[in-house]
Design a protein around this ligand. Structure first.
Ligand code: AMP
Ligand code: ZN
Length: 113
């Protein structure tokens, strides 16, 4: 499959991988918008959040747990951070493989959109 995040999870293209388990991979965003900018992606190729089945919903909870642990490791647990999931064209999603952005390490803007 021609998917950049599937290829990173499979080790076919390099990335700065910080965490992996049977469900997900977490790595540094190649174009960070803040001192900490990580991506948490499921191993399963789910293109859009809107396609997540009810049975798969607990995966998001597992990914949030990982994000919280990585925020601790990055030293931004106390200062605060933001988790973002973009969905679809108008949601600003560029890579069609579900992912959570973990962003922090500086004061983020109040604006959400
Ligand atoms: P989104 O707009 O939510 O789809 O975000 C996609 C993110 O993936 C962007 O922040 C990109 O900088 C990031 N990205 C794209 N290709 C790579 C890559 N090869 N390694 C790490 N991050 C990437
Ligand atoms: Zn994929």
């Amino acid at each position: 499959m021609d998917c950049v995040f599937c290829k990173i999870a499979a080790g076919e293209i390099p990335a700065d991988i910080l965490y992996q388990d049977e469900k997900m991979t977490a790595f540094r965003d190649i174009n960070p918008v803040a001192p900490t900018h990580l991506l948490i992606v499921p191993k399963k190729h789910i293109p859009y959040l809107s396609q997540l089945s009810e049975a798969e919903a607990s995966l998001i909870g597992d990914m949030v747990n990982t994000a919280n642990q990585l925020a601790k490791r990055e030293g931004i647990s106390e200062s605060g951070y933001r988790l973002v999931i973009n969905c679809g064209e108008q949601g600003g999603q560029l890579v069609p493989h579900l992912h959570i952005h973990l962003i922090g390490g500086r004061q983020l803007s109040d604006a959400l959109g």
